[in-house]
Design a protein around this ligand. Structure first.
Ligand SMILES: [Zn+2]
Ligand SMILES: [Zn+2]
Length: 558
């Protein structure tokens, strides 16, 4: 569990208490505990070692419950508050735009699940309720549909976290992460791992992780941190076939069809031709036998397959794709100057400790007041601090994440932007503009000669908020003309732009893989951005923060 999940638990507790009509002071207590924890600059590890004692506005009982939550994964005050609320009513909290009060009205009207809420909205019954109305019903319907489609999915970071734990238990059985986590998909519904070993060996290895269930194919499934997992086991002989078939549904369906077409029989039992077993010593040999390209796991998606085999063969090979080691500059990070929790010195030290060659600051600009955006004066104070740190030998670029204003102009005047080494331009407001206006706004921003990178182009938050309405192709085309790089924001909640867009535009624009870190540990999100970039078939030369510091400056200002 990370700090953000603990903050969510506190917030959710306040909401449920409000829903059941609890004492407003009790509600407030959890709300302020949530804010206090969120705003505390210390990392979770440090707070845990202090047992959450000494955080202002966070009392002892809450501190104790948080400690227990870290151990058990369950937050007792939330369980207590929720015990008489139907689970389907609790699910309504994931629907954007309705809070405790509205959920109470919906519950009082007899609606106790997302499905019931959807049907009621479709039938126009929500608009008729007191305090709702037509516009409110339309928004609810849209958001319920989004929530229903997200309900069983998790962020890739949760998948990777669970996979890392399982790999530890299975390390003696040559494990490989397969399925959607192995393919680096942005959201996942389960974790798949393939091992070499017997059914009993897997069962013994995972004994203490979870109760297990035997699947109809050679695999055991269970649950870890609320995520379903599946471990497929295979003999050494059948391992190539098992690895291939556990890549993902689209890929295995395709392989089975291709095998039939070429006169083979393919199953977990192995590859056969007219009853004769075909010996395979590697997965590569399977693809040779089926006359298929041996593509990296990241490409084994229906979206890649839909473009045809010639396209798949034309993409870079696994050893040509970008890796985390290729990234030399960590650009677009935040510090205490705006809404980050670390100092500039701590951020650059963190980047250097992770093997990067330089750091590029990207604190918010003045209009982002809710995120502590910097006035021109404050920005200049930061630049002076960077000068001092540079004199000590720290490789830091002066940059800013500048708000794109309503009309597409930028939040600092050009002469200020010129004092910076590079500029990330991002949208943080006015998500509801018409498609035409939003597109015009972004096209104007990426066409600005001083903009180096377009930050999180669609504004989506995975499993929470879809993209704003925008003609992304028009924006990408303008970025291509003006040599503005497109960010692949590596935060697992964003992964924005989507890899599908990057795949489409890979030969026409350059990209920047940015963590947008607000804490030092946020720099570790790089891996998720790299996964997305690999799905898009990107090589190091297509990503600008693989450049050296000097080359990067030339790209930005050359
Ligand atoms: Zn941003
Ligand atoms: Zn940012």
């Amino acid at each position: 569990m990370d700090k953000k999940s603990l903050v969510n638990l506190l917030e959710r507790t306040a909401e449920v208490l409000e829903l059941i009509g609890e004492n407003p002071f009790k509600v407030k207590n959890y709300q302020s505990a949530a804010r206090a924890l969120e705003e505390d600059p210390r990392e979770l590890q440090e707070l845990e070692s202090l047992q959450f004692i000494g955080i202002p506005r966070l009392g002892k009982p809450v501190a104790q419950a948080l400690m227990d939550a870290l151990k058990t994964g369950e937050f007792a005050p939330l369980l207590e508050a929720s015990k008489d609320v139907p689970p389907g009513v609790l699910e309504m909290f994931v629907v954007r735009g309705i809070g405790a009060k509205k959920i109470r009205s919906l519950w009082d009207a007899g609606l106790t699940s997302l499905e019931e809420l959807k049907s009621a909205a479709l039938a126009g019954k929500v608009a008729a309720l007191k305090g709702f109305g037509q516009k409110s019903e339309d928004t609810i319907l849209e958001n319920v549909e989004f929530a229903l489609s997200s309900a069983t999915r998790h962020h890739i970071s949760s998948g990777v976290g669970a996979a890392e734990i399982l790999l530890e238990y299975l390390k003696h059985l040559h494990p490989r992460v397969a399925g959607s986590v192995g393919r680096g998909l942005e959201t996942v519904s389960d974790v798949n791992i393939v091992v070499t070993g017997s059914s009993d060996e897997v069962k013994d290895a995972l004994n203490e992780v979870s109760p297990l269930e035997r699947e109809s194919y050679p695999a055991w499934s269970g649950t870890l941190n609320r995520m379903r997992f599946e471990v497929a086991f295979s003999s050494a002989e059948n391992r190539p076939v098992t690895d291939a078939l556990f890549s993902g549904t689209a890929w295995s369906d395709f392989l089975l069809e291709q095998a039939r077409f070429k006169g083979f029989e393919l199953s977990f039992e192995g590859l056969y031709k007219v009853g004769e077993h075909v010996e395979l010593s590697s997965e590569a040999e399977l693809y040779t036998a089926l006359e298929l390209p041996n593509v990296p796991l990241e490409y084994r998606e229906s979206e890649h397959l839909a473009k045809g085999l010639d396209f798949l063969s034309s993409l870079p090979r696994a050893d040509e794709l970008i890796t985390a080691q290729d990234i030399r500059g960590m650009v677009h990070v935040h510090s205490q100057y705006s809404d980050g929790t670390a100092t500039v010195r701590q951020m650059v030290t963190g980047a250097l400790e992770r093997g990067h060659a330089y750091l590029g600051m990207g604190d918010h600009s003045v209009s982002a007041f809710y995120a502590g955006g910097l006035s021109i004066e404050r920005l200049r104070v930061q630049m002076l601090e960077i000068d001092a740190l540079r004199a000590e030998g720290f490789p830091i670029l002066k940059g800013s994440e500048v708000d794109i204003l309503a009309d597409g102009s930028l939040d600092y005047p050009d002469d200020v932007l010129l004092e910076l080494d590079y500029v990330v331009a991002s949208v943080h407001s006015l998500f509801n503009l018409s498609k035409e206006a939003q597109t015009e706004r972004l096209v104007r921003a990426v066409s600005h000669p001083l903009v180096t990178i377009l930050g999180h182009a669609t504004g989506r938050l995975l499993l929470r908020r879809p993209s704003y309405d925008v003609d992304l192709d028009a924006v990408m085309a303008a970025a291509a003309v003006h040599n503005t790089a497109i960010e692949i924001n590596a935060n697992p909640w964003r992964l924005d732009v989507d890899w599908r867009t990057a795949l489409e535009w890979r030969d026409r624009v350059r990209f920047a893989i940015n963590t947008d870190a607000h804490v030092v540990s946020g720099l570790d999100d790089l891996k998720y951005g790299v996964m997305a970039a690999r799905k898009a078939g990107l090589t190091p030369s297509q990503v600008i923060n693989t450049l050296s510091l000097e080359e990067f400056k030339v790209f930005a200002r050359g």
